[in-house]
Design a protein around this ligand. Structure first.
Ligand SMILES: [Zn+2]
Length: 156
């Protein structure tokens, strides 16, 4: 069995205030974390971080809106995930103001003794992007790195 964790974008039916006047409409997208088991995305419920409506995530970047589940009480939040992590990583992710998908990803990596680089934040300056990465190792240790990436120049 091959397990992978992935953060991907789901489109909601809500529109952020700054995009209200756009035509065609620009729907809000939010990040969700999914576990992929032998190339099949495990279905899960996720709540839109703007309007709070509950989505059933059925594939990468695909979801259905779940009617009658506006509360989302069964959806795990950061407080729930904190219970299964060590204080050191809880303090770190809290200080980084990481969203719930990063918490889910780190928990997944630790539970499954996997290695990955989790992007914590991005700063863009012109065509240079600096990213901060949390490298999670299979033995459950961590290292934080900063990397600068130069975007490819686009020909006019
Ligand atoms: Zn929404």
């Amino acid at each position: 069995m091959n397990l992978e964790g992935i953060r991907h974008l789901i489109e909601c039916h809500c529109i952020l205030p700054q995009f209200r006047s756009m035509n065609p409409p620009v729907y809000h997208k939010f990040v969700v974390f999914s576990i992929v088991e032998d190339d099949v995305v495990k279905p899960k419920l996720s709540q839109c971080n703007n309007c709070g409506i509950v989505h059933r995530v059925i594939d990468l970047c695909k979801s259905e809106i779940v009617h009658g589940a506006e509360e989302g009480n069964s959806i795990r939040n950061i407080e729930d995930i904190k219970l299964s992590l060590s204080q050191k990583i809880v303090d770190f992710l809290s200080q980084q103001k990481s969203d719930v998908t990063i918490w889910e990803f780190v928990e997944f990596l630790l539970e499954n003794k996997k290695e990955a680089e989790v992007v914590l934040s991005k700063d863009q300056q012109g065509n240079i992007t600096q990213i901060k990465i949390l490298h999670v190792r299979p033995d459950g240790t961590f290292k934080v790195k900063s990397e600068t990436r130069q975007d490819e120049m686009e020909a006019e």
